[in-house]
Design a protein around this ligand. Structure first.
Ligand SMILES: Nc1ncnc2c1ncn2[C@@H]1O[C@H](COP(=O)(O)OP(=O)(O)OP(=O)(O)O)[C@@H](O)[C@H]1O
Length: 435
């Protein structure tokens, strides 16, 4: 095949409901879990960590001797939580952003009947995608567990089932702190060793069948690609056409690179560009005290949401907030179809999601003020259903940022490699890349 021939990439197939028999190494982990042990299992992408975790969750849920509230299914991010039918670990824990001291968090949780009961009834806590959970937060959770459960045992005696790959995405560094705290991995947490013991490493890759490709991915994971690997990949370079129009997301190490990529892609699209300006004002912290200007600026600086967002019809966008649990979640990717006012959307019987600060999992009714406004909002086709996302403008609304962002940020979406037949990679050395 001539390397310049365009290749049409079909949309990813819906997840197959295939019956999977756990491999021997996967089964061993399940046995340890059933014996009541805390486990941390890891392994390269495609070694069946998520499948194993889902099987563990299914088995525990079907155990008639367990109360449903004894099992908490969580992950470090909303989309990862959704993938296993759970929530974020923050949401389970009831800690908000989890920035306060462990003592304050623990005290507040113990004072809340709902949260106290939740922590006390949980016997088994699952956390997926552990690589993105900060070590400082892990220590805070461990302290909260002991404090709220009145126990001296590691993690208050809870069984932990943790999965993820520390070679994948790291935690987001905390820039709200005076000196900008560097991110630490969960395995750096002081309590990690006490809670987890030795990791179990899954080694058999199921996602890809091609051994040469598995070898490349494994070397890339360690950051040690050879010239032969690079040549093998370069040979495959050719134009690609995505049948559903959704391109793989790209990750860049630096924000400036993301911005350059986004504006280049946006500039290449025809049509009128509409720019949305964020309306930001300082809100209140968890103690109902007004956030000062400096803290508000630091918080805004950390936001993924940009102060000005320019969009055009045809732009590929990503939702960056959990709006409705289970369908409109952080990470959902779609294409901007057209610009509509809320009235036009409602007349067309489209679902209008108005994110709420307090209860992001619910769709709130479209109130009169939003309905009457002539503001055009982006109607976005997301994988499941068309939805228009607007920000309700009210005095309570502290950050009025549009909920969509143009994405094109991923350098090497190697995970998609086997399933979607696309590998994006760049071989130039990247400055400031930490891993
Ligand atoms: N025991 C098994 N038998 C057959 N196929 C399996 C088995 N375990 C996993 N798979 C398949 O391997 C693929 C990758 O599995 P999974 O997504 O669980 O891997 P992962 O380790 O979680 O990957 P990542 O780190 O990228 O999230 C899936 O298509 C899954 O169906």
């Amino acid at each position: 095949m001539a390397t310049t021939d365009p290749v049409v990439i079909p949309p990813p197939p819906p997840p197959a409901l295939k019956h999977i028999r756990l491999s021997r190494e996967q089964y061993k982990v399940l046995e340890m879990v059933l014996a009541g042990k805390s486990v941390f299992f890891t392994g390269p992408a495609g070694t069946g960590k998520s499948i194993l975790l889902k099987e563990i969750i299914r088995t525990l849920k079907e155990d008639p001797s367990r109360r449903p509230s004894s099992l908490a299914v969580t992950a470090s991010t909303g989309i990862a939580g959704l993938n296993i039918g759970g929530s974020t670990v923050h949401s389970f824990a009831g800690i908000g952003l989890g920035k306060e001291s462990k003592e304050r968090l623990a005290k507040r949780i113990k004072e809340s009947f709902r949260l106290r009961v939740r922590w006390q009834e949980t016997k088994t806590l699952c956390i997926d995608e552990i690589s993105m959970l900060d070590g400082v937060l892990f220590d805070k959770l461990e302290y909260i567990a002991r404090f709220v459960r009145d126990s001296k045992l590691p993690f208050g005696g809870m069984q932990l089932i943790i999965s993820g790959d520390f070679f994948q995405l790291p935690p987001v560094p905390d820039k709200t702190h005076e000196n900008s705290m560097p991110a630490t991995y969960a395995f750096d947490a002081q309590s990690w060793q006490r809670c987890m013991g030795r990791p179990i490493v899954l080694s058999r890759v199921f996602r890809q069948k091609d051994n040469a490709f598995i070898d490349i991915l494994s070397s890339m994971r360690m950051g040690v690609l050879t010239q032969t690997h690079i040549q093998q990949l370069t040979k495959l370079s050719r134009p690609l056409i995505y049948a559903d129009g959704i391109e793989p997301s790209r990750l860049f190490p630096l924000r400036v690179e993301v911005e350059a990529c986004n504006s280049g892609r946006l500039g290449a699209l025809p049509g009128t560009m509409i720019t949305y300006h964020a309306v930001d004002s300082a809100g209140f912290d968890v103690y109902n005290e007004r956030i000062n200007k400096e803290s508000a600026e630091r918080l805004l600086d950390r936001l993924v949401a940009v102060p000005r967002l320019s969009l055009k019809v045809g732009a590929q966008v990503m939702l960056i907030q959990n709006v409705v649990q289970g369908s409109l979640v952080n990470g959902s990717v779609g294409i901007l179809e057209e610009f509509l006012t809320t009235r036009e959307a409602v007349e067309r019987q489209l679902q209008v999601a108005v994110p709420q600060q307090e209860l992001p999992q619910y769709l709130s009714p479209v109130n009169g003020a939003v309905f009457e406004k002539n503001q055009a909002w982006p109607l976005t086709w997301l994988a499941s259903q068309p939805a228009i996302t607007v920000d309700e403008e009210s005095e309570e609304n502290k950050v009025d940022n549009p909920e969509v962002i143009v994405v094109s940020d991923d350098d090497a979406d190697m995970e998609s490699g086997g399933e979607y037949e696309v590998v994006l990679c760049r071989f130039n050395p990247v400055p400031h890349c930490s891993r």
